[in-house]
Write a protein that binds this ligand. Sequence first.
Ligand SMILES: *[C@@H]1O[C@H](CO)[C@@H](O)[C@H](O)[C@H]1NC(C)=O
Ligand SMILES: *[C@@H]1O[C@H](CO)[C@@H](O)[C@H](O)[C@H]1NC(C)=O
Ligand SMILES: *[C@@H]1O[C@H](CO)[C@@H](O)[C@H](O)[C@H]1NC(C)=O
Ligand SMILES: *[C@@H]1O[C@H](CO)[C@@H](O)[C@H](O)[C@H]1NC(C)=O
Length: 193
Amino acid sequence: MGLSFIFKKLALVAVTLTLTATSVAAQTQPGCESRCGNISIPYPFGTGDGCKISSDFFITCNTTFNPPKAFLDTSNIEILDISLDGYLRISQSIGYDCYNKVEPSYFATWMWFSKFSLSHTRNKFTAIGCDTYAYVKDYLGHTYSTGCLTFCDNITNVVEGSCSGIGCCQTAIPKGVRSYHVTFGSSNNHSKD
Ligand SMILES: *[C@@H]1O[C@H](CO)[C@@H](O)[C@H](O)[C@H]1NC(C)=O
Ligand SMILES: *[C@@H]1O[C@H](CO)[C@@H](O)[C@H](O)[C@H]1NC(C)=O
Ligand SMILES: *[C@@H]1O[C@H](CO)[C@@H](O)[C@H](O)[C@H]1NC(C)=O
Ligand SMILES: *[C@@H]1O[C@H](CO)[C@@H](O)[C@H](O)[C@H]1NC(C)=O
């Protein structure tokens, strides 16, 4: 699992959002792009005027990339997949807190969505580490707060494929939330290694 050098690392790579406003229809509007690279763009999403139901469903197709990449509206939120059963899968940064005597690095990742909520059935808050408290709460810190902790005294105790608190932990994301802010803590300040 390559955990020996990762002290704290949060994986929230692909976030699935629930499309609350409208169910996704299969047909792209006539005269509109139906694809961006290998991502298909069903209505109500669209890349131009008359192609989308409203600005919330605007997609920027950036052809500078090869293959082209799709972004939500004018944000840097990259879309990985739009599924017809009403989910949008996006790519997001992983937060981390990595120990290194010379140059420790820390990144508390966060995101908020104006229109869509995080799917509580298709996302799991996941942390990897051996001395790690990982917290997730809404961006303003008012509506929810949860997290998980993971320890391992010896990397050989970590069971590959398991995520139950030894080297890896997971918890659910509450229903209907529209933002997250991930932070980290440690009981030993990494001093055990
Ligand atoms: C699109 O292509 C990329 C890279 O070739 C691949 O990783 C990804 O899974 C593809 N996405 C879909 C929806 O097919
Ligand atoms: C496309 O991506 C490139 C590289 O990140 C960026 O410089 C450019 O502004 C983007 N174009 C649009 C239309 O967003
Ligand atoms: C971890 O466990 C292995 C195998 O049981 C053992 O050889 C090694 O000495 C242990 N390492 C530490 C730091 O305790
Ligand atoms: C944790 O380590 C950092 C960096 O080495 C140090 O500045 C800080 O004082 C330590 N905190 C505690 C509680 O030991």
